[in-house]
Design a protein around this ligand. Sequence first.
Ligand code: GDP
Ligand code: MG
Length: 597
Amino acid sequence: TDLSLIRNFSIIAHIDHGKSTLADRLIQYTGGLSEREMSEQVLDNMDIERERGITIKAQTVRLDYTGKDGKTYQLNLMDTPGHVDFAYEVSRSLAACEGALLVVDAAQGVEAQTLANVYQSIEHDHEIVPVINKIDLPAAEPEKVRAEIEEVIGIDASEAVLTSAKSGIGIEEVLDAVVARIPPPKGDRTAPLKAMLVDSWYDPYLGVVILVRVIDGVIKKGLQVKFMAGGTEHLIDRVGCMRPKLQVLDELGPGEIGIITAQIKEVAQARVGDTITTVKQGATQALAGFKEVQPVVFCGLFPVDAADFEKLRESIGKLRLNDASFSFEMESSAALGFGFRCGFLGLLHLEIIQERLSREYDLDLITTAPSVVYRLTMTDGTVKELHNPADMPDPVKIREMEEPWIKATIYTPDEYLGSILKLCQDRRGVQTGLTYVGGRAQVSYELPLNEVVFDFYDRLKSISRGYASFDYEQIGLREGDLVMMNILVNNEPVDALSMVVHRSQADPRGRHLVERLKDLIPRHMFKIPIQAAIGAKVIARETISAMRKDVTAKCYGGDISRKKKLLEKQKEGKKRMREYGNVTIPQEAFIAALRMG
Ligand code: GDP
Ligand code: MG
C-alpha cells in the first residue's frame, strides 16, 4: 500500500468518556459492522471489561475510508488500554501510531487520565485531534471544554470535532479529520525488516496472535523471523488484519499495522515492545523502548475448598496463556493451605485476574492482603527482594529496607480537595504540586505504593463521590521505617494476616484489624485473645469472651431431628472453616479482614 494512504491512530480518553462507543461507530460507518453487531461493544470484548467499562487488552481494527478527495485510505485504529496498570502497553500502542483522537466528555471535561495519556502521546510526536463527545447531553458544555483543552493541555482545540458517539453525530467529520490532520507513516520497503510487537493474545484456534507495526521492510507468510529481545526464532504462518474479523493478507508493508501468527504457544514468548526482524539479513539494531514489565503488587490466592487446588493451578495456567504480565508460584500457608503467590501490574490487574478465576473458572478464592515488593539490604551486604511478608527475615539481620514510591496526579472538583489532601497526608504523601483550572484542582503527590494498595482508590472515589480521577507512575525506591506486623489468634500468629507496614501506621492498622476480627470470629467455649504485634511487642489487643452455653443445649430432651439438622448445618459450615490452633476461623473472617484498609 502507498504509504501516503495509510493513517495509524489511537484514541485516548478518560474512562467512560466514550472511546469504545466512538470506535464502534467508526467501524460501523466504514462498513466493518452491522447495526446488530454494533449493539455489542466490539473493542471491549471481555465481560469484565464491559462491566467495568475499561479496555484491558489493546485491539486494533483496519478501516477502509474513502475521503473527500476520492481516495481510499487504510485507517488503522488502535484501541489502548484505559487503565494506569497497563501504562507500558499504552506506551507501545502509542509508539505504533502517528496520531491520536483525544476524546473528552463534553459534560465532564478533562480528567487526570486524559492528561497522562495525552502527554505521552505528545511525547511520541503525535498529531492530536481533539474530539468533544456526548454533545447530546443536556449538561454538555462543548465551548467550555474546548477552552479547557487549550488551557489545561495546551493544544489547539479550535478545530475540535464535536460528536455524539451514542447518536452517531460527527462520525464522518472525525474520519475526515483523521485523513486530513494525522500524518501518514514513514518507512522503507527495501530496508531489513523491523516490526514492533505491539501486543499479543491467545486465541484458541489460532494460538498466539501478535499485533505488529511494520516500521521497515515487509513481513509475509513463510518468512523465518527472530524476536530480538526474546531471542527466539519463528516461522510466520499467517499475516492479516482485523476488520474487526480476521482477514488474511499477503503481506504487511512499512507503515502498516496488522497481525501475524507463527505457531507460538504462549504469550510469554511474544513480549510487548520486542522487535521482529528476519533471521537472514535482519536488522542489527532493535527499536528503542523495549522494557520487561515487572509485577509490582503481589498477593496470595488460595482456594476456599482445599480440594480445588488442582483446579486453581490449571485455571491460573490457562489465564497465564493470555497474560504474560502476571506471575505465579506455589505457596503454602498454615492458615489457608496450598495456593499461589501471584504478582500483578497493579491493583486493577489483580482484581481482573481474581474475578476471571472466580467467574470463568468457577473458583471460590481467598486473596491475602496485597503487598508491594520491598528491597532489603542485609547486614552482610546482600540484597533481597521481598514479595511475601511471610518470608520476612529476622529484623536484626536487616540493615535497610526500601519501598516503592509513586507520583500520583489527582484531578478533582474544588469542594473535595480538603478531604483528598487529608487522605494523601494520612497515607504518608508528600505534596509536590497544586494548580487550579476552572474550578478544579490538580494535585500531585509522592506516595508510598504500599499505602495506595490498601483501599486508596476506593477511599478517593468515596470521598469525592466518584468525581476525583487518579493516575500514577512509579518513581523508584525509598528507604522507609517498615516493620512486620503479625496478628495472633489465641497466641498463634496467623500467617495470612501478617503484613509489612510503616511504623507510624502500625497502631491504627493493627487496632482496626483486631477489632474487625473480634466481630468476625465466632465465640468458642474459651476466651480467645486477638493481638496485633510487632516482634514481641503487642500493639493492639481484643478478647472474644467465652460462649456461655452449648448451641445444641436448648435441644436437650427435645426434638431429636432438629438437633440432627443443626449438626448437619454445622458440618456444612465447618467445610468453610479453618482450624487455627484450636480456634476455628470462618473463611468469611479472613476474607473480610483482608478486605480492610
Ligand atoms: P470508554 O470507557 O471511554 O470506552 O467509554 P464507553 O464508550 O464505554 O462509554 C461510556 C458510557 O458513555 C456508555 O454508557 C456509553 O453509552 C456512553 N456514551 C458514549 N458516547 C456517548 C455520547 O455521545 N452521548 C451519550 N449521551 N452517552 C455516550
Ligand atoms: Mg471502553
